[in-house]
Every structure is written in C-alpha cells, then in structure tokens.
Write a protein that binds this ligand. Structure first.
Ligand code: ATP
Ligand code: MG
Length: 491
C-alpha cells in the first residue's frame, strides 16, 4: 500500500510542472460618452470584442502601443475607471443562417422579438468583399413592382442602387415596396435600420408582417437610443447575414435605412475617440466606411454558386442638396440612384422619382425584354414634357400639337404614380405602358387617369389573363401578345 502510494506520488511529482498562468488584461483609464480608453492589453486585434469587468462589451477600434480606444456596445452596464478589461480573442460577429428568417435582431445578433436565435454559425460583421474573379455581370432583374422604377431605373440582382431624397419623400416606402414585391420570388430580404426612431422601425415591421413579407425577411435594427457603436455595426451585420445566403447561391436584397445616420453615428464615435475631424467634422476614413460596405454587394460567378446580394442604401439629403459630402461619396460608390424629390411628392407624384436625375448604370442589361420594348422612349418623352411644361407657363395660346404633347406627358406622369404598397407585376406594367403608347388612354383627362389605369388592368385580367401570364412567364412581349392587348381595348 505504502509503495503504491509513493509510486503514485512520484508519478504526480514527475509530471508536475510549474507554468505561469498568463492573464492578459488592461485597465480602463478614461470612460465617458460611450467610449473607453484602456491601458495595457497588448496584442489586440482591430475590431476585437473586449469584455469589461461587470459584463459590458466594447469593440477595440483604436490600437496603440500602450493601450486601445474602445467603443462600448451596451451602455447600460457601468464601466468605471480602473475596471479590468479582457480581450475575447474574436472580432464582432453575428449568428447567421436560416433560423434568422422572420426574426428581428440587433447588430450583435440578440433577438429583439422574443426567443433567442438558434444558430451555430457565426460570421464576423466585417468581411472582405468578393474578389474580381468571383463576380459576374449583373444579368437578372430585381423587379420592384413600381412602374416608374422598373421602366426607367431598372435594378438588377447584385446591383447597388441608392435611394436618395429629402426627409419625408417616401424613401423608406420605396425600399419597403421593393421588399414586398419579392414575395414568391425566392429572394431573402433584409431591412437594416440605423439610428431611426423605434416607432418608425415598428411601423416598418407592421407593414412587413401585414403583407406576409416576414416569411422571407430579416430585420436588423439599431435604433436612435442604441449606442453609436451599435448603429455603426448595424449595416455590416445586416450585410454579413445576407452574405450567408448569397454564398449558398441564393438571391438577397438588403436595404440600409439610412446611411446618413450611419455616417453621423460614425462621426460621433470618431470625435469621442479624439480622431482628427475633416470636412463637415467627419473623420478621414468616412469614404471607406461606406465603400467597404457597398462593395460587399455582388453578383457571384456560377463557380461560386451564382448567388447575389443587391443593396439599396438610403441617403437623406438636406434641402435637396445631392452634392453634399456624404451624398456625393455614396453616389460615386453605387451603380446609380433613385432621386426622390419633395416638390414632386407634394404634388402627388408618388413615388416621387425625378426621372431626369435618376439613373441605373447596370440595370438596363438585366431589364426583361418586354419592359425594354415598351420603355425605350419613355425617358425622352418625359424630358420633353418637362421642358414643354416650363415654357407653357409663359404663353397662354399654345398650338394644338403642343397642347396634345403636354396632355400626353401629364397622363404619362400620372400613369407612373402608384399608391403605397400597391405593386404591379411585370405583365401589368408592360401592358399599361404598351397600351399607353398605342392610344389606349388617349382622350382620358389627367384627373381620371389613375382610375382609367386601374379599370384597364381589371379589364385585362378578365379579358386576356393568358396574355398577362405569358408576359410574366417569358419576360417578353410577343407580337401575338401585342395583338391580344390591342384587341382588348378594341383598337
Ligand atoms: P423619413 O425621412 O422620415 O425617413 P421617408 O423619406 O422614408 O421619410 P416615408 O416614411 O417612406 O418617407 O414616407 C413619408 C410619408 O409618405 C408616409 O406617411 C407614407 O405613408 C407616405 N407615402 C410614401 N409613399 C407614398 C405613396 N406612394 N403613396 C401615398 N403615400 C405615400
Ligand atoms: Mg424613412
């Protein structure tokens, strides 16, 4: 027994080693306004998640030789001078996967609508954009259901199209309608709210729920009451959640509502971290803030699964000034913009798309054949109408042809308006534009135009449902379909 004991002890002693336990921590030297300075804590990574004594989390975004500057993610917990800080060894990440569909989460993946998110896959919120060889040209349309957008500024899957306009010009509505129109089209939609009022976000949620869109949508929200750091993370988190689906060959639509508030949150963070302010007090890397986000929108090559991530960033302008700092930055990164104008909006032209200033640089290639056939001359017609309308204000006696053109332009403008959440299929849009071109609405007074368009659609659905179905199925407007449509209106 004694020998057994001693053998056991000897073995223990032999295998015993005295290793120092390395315990890496830093100390908070200054804290306030949602940022903390930490001294010590060597070897941290940029963007690493830090854990403070007491459970608060922060993100290291300024690394220095003797410490780090961190932004606090949850401000509720008390962080005091002298408290200890540990690195967690990993950068900020979010849960991703199918289980997120239909859910509302915050930028670090905590559920905002009840039960915890169940997922064992995590993606870092900051990820490199797909490289050149893994991309292909945009070739599939992403129909928004809004006739003025699908005909004049078509969007393709994988494109980045900016929605820009003053406050209360229907920006959010346009983006939401685009999401609602994806019903049954196998597109995962992500609505990312940055710095908005909680009541606005909840209204958005209601709209999505009421229209059955939550079955294929995810909402990522950092409201105005969240810390600037959370608001800063929100779009990146939404993008990472979208990338999971894109990498699996799916089509994704992400709405960033809005990037102006995102830039403001980042400015607040940077100023508090005492980074030097540049133009409009934004830090020097403000361009990179949005370019690295929007570059992650992509149309992947077939070898990479062919998934796409379409981005619809929103920017709010002040007094219609699209040449301010942040708007020009984002305009230069995106593949076009939908410019919404206050004046049009108040005149009842909704969506208030300014067709002269809105462009889509890659969407034309993806536009369905049918739409291309009926929309080719629309832009010119509208431009001529606008020019003529300005002149007609000066003179009262107009000749007959000018008056005819003005009336037609007015009718066309009204044809391009649509109520909120009132969406048209490709066939409906094509048929309306085709019939407009071929005299289907001649003689209708502009006041009656909306009613006439609605009646026309009803008539088409009753009289030639097969033709509409064919246009939707083939994406083309055949000669036979043209004939059938004309027959419907008795032309
Ligand atoms: P904010 O600057 O506050 O974010 P916004 O530009 O996102 O505003 P919305 O919230 O989309 O604008 O719309 C402003 C108001 O206009 C809302 O009350 C909305 O219901 C209404 N609206 C938007 N589009 C239409 C439309 N096509 N038809 C009728 N009403 C509309
Ligand atoms: Mg809005």
């Amino acid at each position: 027994m004694a020998t057994e004991m001693s053998a056991f002890l000897r073995k223990k002693i032999e295998s015993f080693s005295v290793k120092p336990v390395v315990y890496d921590y830093g100390t908070v030297s200054r804290v306030g306004d949602g940022v903390a300075r930490v001294v010590g804590l060597p070897g941290r990574r940029y963007g690493e998640l830090l854990q403070f004594e007491g459970g608060a989390f922060g993100m290291a975004i300024d690394l220095e030789e003797d410490g780090a500057g961190a932004v606090l993610l949850n401000t509720g917990n008390a962080v005091s001078v002298g408290s200890r800080v540990h690195g967690t060894g990993h950068v900020c990440d979010v849960p991703v996967g199918e289980s997120l569909i239909g859910r509302v989460v915050d930028p670090i993946g905590r559920a905002l609508d009840g039960a915890d998110i169940e997922s064992d896959t995590y993606y870092p919120v900051e990820r490199p954009a797909p490289d050149l060889v893994s991309r292909r040209a945009v070739d599939t349309p992403l129909m928004t259901g809004m006739i003025s957008i699908d005909s004049l500024v078509p969007i393709g899957r994988g494109q980045r199209e900016l929605i820009i306009g003053d406050r209360q010009t229907g920006k959010t509505t346009v983006a939401l309608d685009a999401i609602l129109n994806q019903k049954g089209k196998d597109v995962i939609c992500i609505y990312c709210a940055v710095g908005q009022k909680a009541s606005t976000v909840s209204a958005v949620l209601d709209t999505l729920r009421a229209n059955g869109a939550m079955a294929y949508s995810i909402v990522v929200a950092a409201t105005a009451s969240d810390s600037p750091a959370m608001q800063y993370l929100s779009p990146y988190a939404a993008c990472a959640i979208g990338e999971y689906f894109m990498e699996r060959g799916r089509d994704v639509l992400v709405v960033y509502d809005d990037l102006s508030k995102h830039a403001v949150a980042y400015r607040a963070m940077s100023l508090l971290l005492r980074r030097s302010p540049g133009r409009e007090a934004y830090p020097g890397d403000i361009f990179y803030l949005h370019s690295r986000l929007l570059e992650r929108a992509a149309c992947l090559s077939r070898e990479r699964g062919g998934g796409t991530l379409t981005a619809l960033p929103i920017i709010e302008t002040k007094g219609g000034n699209i040449s301010a700092y942040i708007p020009t930055n984002v305009i230069s990164i995106t593949d076009g913009q939908i410019y919404l104008e206050s004046e049009l909006f108040h005149n009842g032209v909704r969506p208030a798309v300014n067709t002269g200033l809105s462009v889509s640089r890659v969407g034309r290639a993806a536009q369905p054949q049918a739409m291309r056939k009926v929309s080719s001359s629309l832009r010119i017609e509208l431009a001529q109408y606008r020019e003529m309308a300005v002149f007609s204000r000066f003179g009262s006696d107009l000749d007959a042809s000018t008056r005819k053109m003005l009336e037609s332009g007015e009718r066309l403008t009204i044809l391009l308006t649509q109520g909120k959440n009132e969406l048209y299929s490709l066939a409906e849009q094509t048929a309306l534009l085709f019939l407009f071109k071929n005299g289907g609405f001649d003689g209708v007074s502009p006041k009656q135009m909306r009613l006439a368009a609605a009646e026309m659609l009803m008539k088409l659905h009753v009289m030639c449902p097969d033709t509409l179905e064919e246009i939707d199925r083939t994406g083309d407007l055949s000669d036979e379909a043209k004939r059938a449509l004309l027959e419907c209106i008795g032309a």
